[in-house]
Design a protein around this ligand. Structure first.
Ligand code: ZN
Length: 137
């Protein structure tokens, strides 16, 4: 248990940031994909390693509202990729059980955007699915 506790604390110490233009891209992609889900990977800036700069859209990730939009074997081993983003075609941005499994297996930070895909309808989560604060810069 102590190992988990230490990991959790150190992850919580990272103040994740996202560029406003990157967030806009997520919201626009979610809107244009609706009522299907949009899914992508979060890539950080090579200098500012706590700042999400780019979204990589995986081919073939969209499969309706199943929430199983990420194929784990397709995820690249790339240390500039820190986590995932996906949309929910509902008002809920709470991670599903499938989302929580994904969060635990891949990445450090995850974003879920919910309908109607505005600045007030997204949340970020850590590896454990616990909501974290992300600053828009
Ligand atoms: Zn989900």
């Amino acid at each position: 248990m102590s190992i988990f506790k230490k990991k959790k604390i150190s992850e919580n110490q990272v103040q994740w940031k996202i560029k406003r233009g990157t967030l806009d891209f997520i919201l626009e992609s979610a809107k244009s994909t609706y009522p299907n889900e949009f899914g992508g990977l979060l890539r950080i800036d090579s200098d500012e390693k706590d700042t999400i700069l780019e979204i990589i859209i995986l081919p073939g990730t969209i499969s309706g509202d199943s929430h199983a939009i990420f194929k784990l074997h397709m995820l690249p081993i790339d240390f500039s990729i820190v986590g995932t983003v996906h949309s929910h075609p509902s008002f809920s941005f709470h991670p599903s059980d499938a989302d929580l499994l994904l969060f635990r297996r891949f990445g450090k930070v995850h974003i879920v955007v919910a309908y109607p895909f505005t600045y007030n309808s997204w949340k970020s989560y850590n590896h454990f699915g616990i909501e974290i604060n992300m600053e828009v810069v």
